[in-house]
Design a protein around this ligand. Structure first.
Ligand SMILES: [Zn+2]
Ligand SMILES: [Zn+2]
Length: 465
């Protein structure tokens, strides 16, 4: 493992150079580890497989398992299995899911696949995007065998993350899983993915600004740990992402290499924090997770993760704009206290809206609610430090207009109708998102300042969604 002490040197490294490294961070004093041995982007990467497998273990002479989604079986056969076969690898197919059904990264499906994997398979290759990567991470971790991730779409940023986003029952949970031995993003494969998947990847990356502003906000208000290095790691990629969005939407291969690198580094930004997702996941991800929850509970349509995150990034950026324009001299502390809902009232409301699932929401509220006796002092503390808070979070933010334009140019989702949600359903996500996920974000602050629910329509109007 290479060691780094100097931040400028570290920030100048490309995704391949960052693999298998540790930064002794001059900013926060912690070690930022990347335990993945090989990370490569570019074209023609399939031919690297025989030597990569040899690197992992000299002894792997048996068949290796290829995990993929049955929905894209024909494509995987043609573009992955056949070429790997021609390179002399013996492969066993591990198709998951059913044709005509959207596969979910659930622990149930992962456990079943892990249990039925033949003992003779010493290594897995994941050929797919988000769901297949998460399931492969899960299966390999259960079976304690190494795995290589081969991304088939630039649709999300978790390839180089050491966690997986798994459904346990109706709830998505982040799970610590064994790191991949290698991650490959082959641009020949990425350009052959459906364009909406590429747009989803752009959407997932555009979460960076709100996510880091939320993380900084939580550090200022709730005292959580913060380090700006993960944010800085993404700086070299953001400009090309914003200015190259239209070329990406049309799958220009040169831009695809930039997007692939951005996706790899964005995944690192979570891995360097031991899997803590704060630098890539704030209020915009909470909204996206809530849209998934609405799919599970109310049967509302499912969308790609990044598609939801991109649109939610426009909405939450607009929320930050309203927060920064707020005249706090107009806020009355007595009124804020009076408006605050009691725990009993909140529980009652959770039952009313979510029935039996309300318990889940109660738990999250319990976790982060400031006790009534401390609340006044807490709010006074926020208001007294208001300008400093705004000064400290502002450098991380982008105008909602900039995010919308990039998504528009790429051909991504910029309207509620694009993710099949009504205004009422998105209002529900804004109001209850903070009761669904424990992470502190701007959504909590709006409740605490007594600005929710009234300000929600204004947020959506500002976001022009
Ligand atoms: Zn640090
Ligand atoms: Zn994401």
């Amino acid at each position: 493992m290479q060691e780094f002490f100097d931040l400028d040197t570290y920030l100048s490294l490309d995704p391949s150079q960052l693999a298998d490294s540790v930064l002794h961070c001059p900013e926060c004093g912690r070690d930022h580890n990347i335990p993945i041995k090989n990370v490569i982007s570019g074209s023609g990467l399939l031919q690297l497989f025989p030597s990569l497998i040899k690197d992992i273990s000299e002894n792997i002479t048996e068949v290796v398992g290829v995990v993929y989604d049955r929905q894209i079986e024909d494509k995987i056969k043609r573009r992955v299995i056949q070429p790997l076969h021609e390179l002399g690898l013996s492969l066993v197919r591990v198709p998951l899911g059913q044709k005509g059904e959207i596969l979910d990264a659930s622990t149930a499906i992962g456990d079943e696949a892990a249990a039925s994997l033949p003992d003779s398979v010493p290594l897995l290759i994941s050929a797919g995007s988000g769901v297949i990567s998460d399931l492969t991470k899960w299966i390999a971790t259960q079976r304690k065998i190494p795995y290589i991730l081969l991304g088939t779409a630039a649709s999300m940023n978790a390839y180089t993350s050491i966690t997986g986003s798994m459904s346990v029952g109706d709830v998505k949970t982040s799970k610590w899983l064994d790191p991949a031995s290698a991650v490959l993003l082959d641009t020949d494969l990425l350009v052959s993915a459906p364009p909406q998947m590429t747009c989803a990847g752009i959407g997932d990356l555009l979460a960076r600004n709100v996510a880091n502003a939320d993380w900084k906000l939580a550090s200022l208000i709730r005292g959580v740990y913060f380090c700006s290095v993960p944010y800085q790691m993404m700086a070299p990629y953001q400009q090309s992402l914003l200015s190259g969005a239209s070329a990406l939407g049309s799958h220009d291969p040169r831009q695809m290499k930039n997007l692939a690198d951005a996706i790899l580094v964005s995944g690192y930004s979570m891995t360097v924090l031991n899997g803590e997702t704060s630098p890539s996941s704030g209020a915009e991800h909470i909204l996206s997770h809530f849209f998934d929850f609405q799919h599970h509970i109310f049967g509302l349509p499912k969308n790609l993760h990044g598609t939801q995150v991109g649109l939610a990034s426009i909405i939450t950026s607009a929320a930050y704009e309203l927060l920064r324009e707020l005249d706090i001299t107009q806020l009355d502390i007595d009124e804020i206290e009076q408006r605050r809902l009691s725990e009993v009232a909140i529980k009652f409301d959770h039952r009313r809206v979510f029935g039996e699932h309300g318990v889940l929401f109660d738990k999250v509220v319990n976790q982060k609610r400031i006790p009534d006796v401390e609340f006044r002092k807490y709010i006074v503390g926020i208001l007294n430090n208001w300008n400093r808070i705004l000064d400290d979070i502002s450098p991380y933010l982008l105008p909602s207009e900039t995010i919308r334009r990039a998504l528009e140019e790429a051909g991504g989702a910029t309207k509620l109708v694009d993710i099949h949600r009504t205004e009422e359903e998105v209002i529900q996500a804004l109001l209850y998102g903070s009761h669904y996920r424990p992470r502190y974000t701007i959504l909590d602050l709006f409740w605490e300042l007594g600005l929710f629910p009234d300000i929600v329509p204004e947020i959506l109007k500002r976001a022009q969604v």
